[in-house]
Design a protein around this ligand. Structure first.
Ligand SMILES: C[S@@+](CC[C@H](N)C(=O)[O-])C[C@H]1O[C@@H](n2cnc3c(N)ncnc32)[C@H](O)[C@@H]1O
Length: 314
């Protein structure tokens, strides 16, 4: 079989994002994403309590607004509070949707690290930062560009600077994927073959390099007294797919972002993914795959924030 014949059987495999920043088109993203929930409560509700406890006129920063799935929830909750809302995304199409749908927010077409560098220059202080399923993209791209250690150094320095701008006791909430879930393990089988940093022999603790950077950074910030944090391994509700074709589309085009759709080994990759899907297939043909993720809550220490304000003379 030639690689184009597998695309004839599964025409959705013709999807190919132009370059890194294009990501999935917003409409396709909305149509393909499955609900991520815990006992029926959607993933994005993890920010609800933190948002509701914010003071009026709070400054809120969202990393990776995408098509606005979480932005909608956050801005609805903030409706009465006259908040100053800052959100970025790297994808021009996502940014355009965010600008259209959330005209009262400040939208930036920037990579996360560049955005985190910019924000301290445009706001006086920050009450809340959150990022769902997005920060890892930027860390992974930075690793590809300049290697793990340099990516770690930059992220540490960027986070240190932004924490200096955060109010005492303010919070950063992050959702990062768990590479060891059955869902992600299917993707990791492919990443492990083609990306050195995902090679199972070098993959420490079985987790993605972006998660290791995040863990290492917040541990260092905790040891110097800047933050405290809680990390929770969340078991999500399993996701049901109508059939193996739907599961294949979501895995190849959403989770793997069409990365392998023009690969010379496409036929072999698809055969392996279908083989993995088979072990999650029910007798009626539906596919059910377990999910899970890591929820980070990072709290800026009062003392650290005050020392930093004292140093800057604010
Ligand atoms: C999985 S989506 C998450 C979107 C949204 N937070 C949600 O939960 O629906 C990932 C988003 O990260 C964006 N993205 C990818 N690389 C990025 C980068 N380096 N900097 C900023 N955003 C990036 C993509 O365009 C996409 O909108």
């Amino acid at each position: 079989m030639k690689s184009n014949s597998v695309q004839d059987i599964y025409p959705f495999l013709k999807f190919s994002p132009g370059n890194r920043s294009d990501y999935l088109p917003p409409n396709y993203y909305d149509s393909i994403i499955k609900p991520y929930s815990v006992k029926g409560t959607e993933d994005f509700k993890c920010i609800t309590d933190s948002i509701l406890s914010l003071p009026d006129s709070a400054t809120v920063v969202e990393l990776g607004g995408g098509s606005g799935r979480v932005t909608r929830h956050a801005t609805d909750l903030l409706d009465e509070k006259q908040a100053s809302y800052h959100v970025n995304d790297l994808s021009p199409a996502m940014v355009s949707i965010l600008k259209d749908n959330f005209p009262r927010t400040n939208v930036y077409e920037l990579d996360h690290l560049a955005f985190l560098e910019k924000i301290p220059k445009v706001v006086d202080s920050i009450d809340y930062i959150f990022s769902l399923w997005s920060l890892s993209h930027s860390l992974q791209q930075e690793i590809e560009k300049c290697g793990y250690e340099k990516a770690y150094d930059r992220f540490y320095s960027v986070l240190q600077d932004i924490i200096d701008k955060m109010k005492p006791k303010s919070e950063i909430t992050i959702i990062h994927f768990d590479l060891t879930t059955p869902e992600q393990a299917i993707c990791q089988r492919q990443y492990g073959k083609y990306f050195a940093e995902f090679n199972p022999k070098t993959l420490m603790s079985g987790q993605a390099p972006s998660k290791r950077i995040l863990d290492r950074t917040i541990e260092l910030l905790r040891s110097d007294g800047s933050v405290t944090f809680e990390v929770q391994r969340v078991s999500g509700d399993p996701i049901y797919y109508e059939n193996s074709s739907e599961a294949l589309e979501v895995l190849m085009n959403f989770h793997m972002e069409g990365e392998f759709n023009s690969h010379v080994d496409l036929e072999e990759i698809v055969a392996e993914v279908l083989d993995d899907i088979k072990s999650h297939t029910l007798e009626d043909g539906r596919v059910v795959i377990s999910t899970g993720w890591y929820l980070y809550r990072i709290f800026v220490n009062t003392a650290a924030a005050e020392i930093s304000r004292f140093k800057s003379g604010a």
